[in-house]
Design a protein around this ligand. Structure first.
Ligand code: ACO
Length: 447
């Protein structure tokens, strides 16, 4: 066999990352030198972009368990240590010291706002909260029992039809207008999807209220009486929106980036993200989790029985709200949510049997060898539903609230991708495993 030839590969300008040497890979006598890329927290990646061109081989990684799709300066998470930071700030500090609008600004613009910047951002959001009157009539056309995620995804997609003056992805001013429109209008769109399901009149937004207060007002107020927003509910909601605001390259964020990579407009990209979030393995897990806790409660509250069931592969049952692709430690968001949950239930003097079952389930699962071995801990969805229930938010709206929080992260990633000098349309490859070329059989000869 002849000596392998080495074809050096140029290091592409991965934004924000440094090159740290080369790895030499030999495949079928062809050899490639692949750059190692290092991020600011020391994470390392092998840049394989040129592997096929040099060796004729691609990498295969179903579900992208070991594949970095991009470099990103937005969110850092360390699943082993249970660390989550937005733009360098620990999630615990942001949840304690900032509000959602401030965090949204941080994620999207990259820095914490000055008070003038924050005031003008808030003012802009509170002046874009209404949706076009013709859009309100859409809600008459949806079936009353439609899932609110289906409504929200459709209405957000339809923003492209009503706001055609801000669709140009290459015009920074138009993008900014779309960003403000989305952040301002999503709570309105979301609250209307709930009002539709209960047959109540759609409440107009109120510009004198804060982001979360306004949302709660549109959810629960009715035109025939005064409604006072409970500040503890608004605070709990604000914390939940913050902890859901970003989580780097998860399924829905990757979807937003993938759709946006074709230069589809921001509304279309976010609508796709909402669809991805809906699934029970992603954002839909908070609804699935409460339904599971209710099922356990209705079945006598025997948590051990359900932990055992989750361990049986052929049962098709998993503990919803447990486990995470990245966290192999207690999800830091679940800690913050559990603490708020404790506080809110104590203040309301509520004894929610679902919360008791959740706590027992956590205790039994965390002591079980199966869960210990696989490093399965409660995730963000495990306790959030209990808070939503305490606030009177129906179970079908849980994932919608997740979408409201995640919106800031989706936008930040979409913008980051568009600003990247290495941006390309996302287009994975595959290894074909179907039939080889064969002759067409006329229908009369098929058996
Ligand atoms: N209950 C029981 N077993 C589980 C669970 C669970 N919730 N989660 C993972 N496992 C087991 C798997 O069966 C597998 O066991 P094995 O190694 O013996 O085959 C092992 O743990 C690893 O699980 P994978 O499914 O390979 O892990 P993956 O990273 O693909 O999945 C996921 C992560 C989808 C979140 C998974 O843990 C799950 O289905 N959890 C329940 C749904 C949920 O809560 N989703 C919300 C995630 S957070 C979010 O998206 C906002």
């Amino acid at each position: 066999m002849s000596a392998p030839t080495t074809k050096p590969v140029a290091v592409p300008p991965w934004p924000g990352a440094k090159a740290d040497g080369l790895v030499r890979l030999e495949i079928n006598g062809e050899s490639a030198e692949l750059p190692i890329i290092v991020g600011t927290e020391g994470e390392r990646a092998l840049d394989i972009a040129k592997l096929r061109a040099t060796t004729g081989t691609i990498t295969l990684d179903e579900g992208y368990v070991n594949t970095g799709s991009t470099t990103s300066a937005i969110t850092y998470l360390d699943g082993e240590q249970g660390i989550l930071r937005y733009r360098g700030y620990p999630i615990e500090d942001l949840a304690a010291k900032a509000d959602y609008v401030e965090v949204a600004y941080l994620l999207i613009y990259g820095e914490l706002p000055t008070s003038d910047e924050l005031d003008s951002f808030r003012t802009s959001l509170s002046h874009h909260t209404m949706i076009h009157e013709d859009m309100r009539s859409f809600y008459n056309g949806f079936p009353r029992d439609a899932h609110p995620m289906a409504i929200v995804g459709s209405v957000v997609g339809a923003l492209s039809t009503f706001y055609q003056d801000s669709l140009d992805v290459r015009d920074p001013r138009q993008v900014e207008v779309s960003v403000h429109r989305l952040l301002a209008k999503l709570p309105t769109i979301a609250a209307y999807s709930y009002k539709k399901s209960v047959g109540q009149p759609l409440m107009y937004p109120r510009n004198d209220l804060g982001y979360c207060e306004n949302f709660l007002q549109m959810m629960f107020a009715v035109p025939c009486e005064e409604y006072h927003v409970d500040p503890d509910f608004a605070d709990a909601l604000d914390m939940l929106l913050i902890v859901h605001a970003d989580h780097e390259q998860n399924c829905s964020t990757s979807t937003v980036r993938m759709v946006g990579s074709s230069d589809a407009n921001l509304f279309a990209s976010i609508s796709a993200g909402i669809s991805a979030l809906w699934g029970p393995l992603h954002g839909g897990a908070n609804q699935a989790c409460v339904e599971m806790l209710e099922r356990i409660g209705a079945d006598g509250g025997n948590v051990k029985k359900y932990v055992d069931l989750a361990k049986k592969k052929d049962s098709g049952f998993r503990l919803m709200g447990f486990g995470h692709r990245v966290y192999k430690n207690y999800d830091p968001r679940a800690k913050l949510i559990k603490a708020t949950c404790d506080k809110l239930l104590a203040k309301l003097s509520i004894r929610d049997p679902i919360f008791d079952i959740a706590q027992q389930l956590e205790e039994v699962a965390l002591a079980d060898e199966y869960f210990i071995e696989r490093k399965l801990y409660p995730n963000v969805d495990f306790y959030s539903g209990v808070i939503y229930r305490a606030m009177g938010i129906p179970v079908q709206m849980f994932t919608v609230l997740f979408a409201m929080g995640r919106l800031a992260g989706w936008i930040a990633h979409w913008i980051e991708m568009h600003h990247s000098p290495t941006k390309k349309i996302c287009r994975p490859r595959q290894i074909y495993t179907g039939e080889k070329r064969r002759e067409f059989i006329p229908i009369t000869q098929r058996t």
